[in-house]
Write a protein that binds this ligand. Structure first.
Ligand code: S3P
Length: 174
């Protein structure tokens, strides 16, 4: 059975939604950043500070490859996992890619909650918008795009579960 892979910008709700979907399907939830940090024994900020972004991206690709081999998983990607299309290619081999489409003004409202994201440290609203715009084309690499604006986390999770069940033809016990 295919995994569920969640992509989306920082603050789009990948982890919160992913946990609910995993609970609904009785699947294992993986947060890529958490796996990276466990392996490195460091926070994302420490990895960026000490080794730089490319090193973080290499770790991220390694984790993407490993999680792609798991079964019955819900995988919340990091916001930048899409930057290397090969990450998405391998996650798609045994997964369906759901993009959480969240508009920039919603992300802006959540900026205070996004502490610990090295790319956003000291970022001005203009810089945030630049990153967001640059990312758009990468997020288009998805199987289903889910609008999240004005929806509760539970509603977004339910939408994903329903699509997944319809796609895979499973009737999962609640
Ligand atoms: C990043 C997003 C973060 C984390 C790192 C880089 C990005 O994950 O992987 O700070 O480049 O968008 P979240 O999307 O879970 O915040």
């Amino acid at each position: 059975m295919k995994n569920i892979v969640l992509t989306g910008f920082m603050g789009s709700g990948k982890s919160s939604v992913g946990k609910l979907v995993a609970k609904d399907l009785n699947y294992t939830f993986y947060d890529m950043d958490t796996v990276i940090c466990e392996r490195a024994g460091k926070t994302v900020q420490q990895i960026f500070d000490q080794f730089g972004e490319e090193y973080f991206r290499d770790l991220e690709s390694e984790v993407a490859r490993d999680l792609a081999k798991t079964k019955l998983s819900v995988i919340a990607c990091g916001g930048g996992t899409v930057l290397r299309p090969s990450n998405i290619d391998c996650l798609r081999e045994n997964g369906i890619i759901f993009f959480l489409d969240t508009p920039i003004h919603v992300i802006e409202d959540r900026m205070v909650l996004l502490a610990g994201r090295p790319l956003l440290v000291g970022a001005t609203p203009i810089q945030l918008r630049k990153i967001f715009e640059k990312r758009k084309e990468f997020y288009e690499n998805n199987d289903f795009s889910i609008h999240t604006e004005n929806k509760k986390i539970s509603a977004v999770a339910a939408e994903i579960s329903e699509i997944y069940k319809a796609q895979t033809g499973i009737a999962v016990q609640k």
